[in-house]
Design a protein around this ligand. Sequence first.
Ligand SMILES: NC(=O)c1ccc[n+]([C@@H]2O[C@H](COP(=O)([O-])OP(=O)(O)OC[C@H]3O[C@@H](n4cnc5c(N)ncnc54)[C@H](OP(=O)(O)O)[C@@H]3O)[C@@H](O)[C@H]2O)c1
Length: 264
Amino acid sequence: MSTLSGKTALVTGASRGIGREIARARAARGAAGGLLSRSGAELEALAAELGQRAVALPADVGDRAAVEAAVERFLAEAGGLDLVVANAGIAHYGPLLGQDLEKVEAMTRVNWLGTAYTVKATLGHLVDRASGHIVIVSSGAGLRAFPWAAGYGATKAAQRAFAEALRHELSGSGVSVTTVYPGEIATHLHDHEKAALPDWYRGGEKAADAGRLAAAVLRAVERDRRSVAYPGIVRLLGLNGLSPRLADAIIRRLRGGTAAPRRD
Ligand SMILES: NC(=O)c1ccc[n+]([C@@H]2O[C@H](COP(=O)([O-])OP(=O)(O)OC[C@H]3O[C@@H](n4cnc5c(N)ncnc54)[C@H](OP(=O)(O)O)[C@@H]3O)[C@@H](O)[C@H]2O)c1
């Protein structure tokens, strides 16, 4: 997609954080769009800020029928769709032994199934028009998962595998896929568990800016990049696929022993 000007986009998880910044950056580039998340009031406020061409679509991405209905409503109102950003997500960190499986189920439903529901509800439209782009917001944890984030990392790895396969599967269709690997970004993702974050987690003032990530994502769409890692150092986690021991050694250096306690 060489330019976003005049295009129409749907962003999930648009009420705050990374999704809201992507929606703002997209509107600044002249693209109209749908804003999907559960918080209707926040979406309405953002739609008012972005102008007439923004549509609030309150829905839970973990509810397949609700996602399908929101997409149908958006297509009817906007008349088309060029860019889909599957970004909505939640995080629950903690040692698996003490973690309720309900939290793993919730992350699976929102992060992974929510991505599949969003893509499946929109893909036919893009392929029929032989044009479009899908962005899937995974995580550095999808490249190499960390202790206390086993369940979260699993959902992010699922998104990565899904996006990688889809990019190849759609080759020649006119529809493309970009996967996003954020590092620690200053958002509200961990507000509910700030007191219990693992030692290796830095966040806080060291977290990167969501607006800069959003700009990098839209640049990657315009250049049809396979992936975006932001900050760039996150790409080093991909070494895990080649040499887990090397990746562990780098991670220990950057984040300390709690991020990679085993040395075998
Ligand atoms: N922040 C980071 O450090 C970081 C790092 C790597 C990856 N990520 C990924 O980036 C994505 C965005 O996270 P963020 O950091 O921007 O977090 P955030 O500030 O908490 O925003 C999350 C967004 O997802 C929406 N959402 C949550 N559950 C939903 C559901 N069931 N249905 C629809 N929307 C839902 C939220 O809106 P409602 O509550 O209104 O539904 C909100 O708009 C996530 O996939 C996350 O895993 C973030």
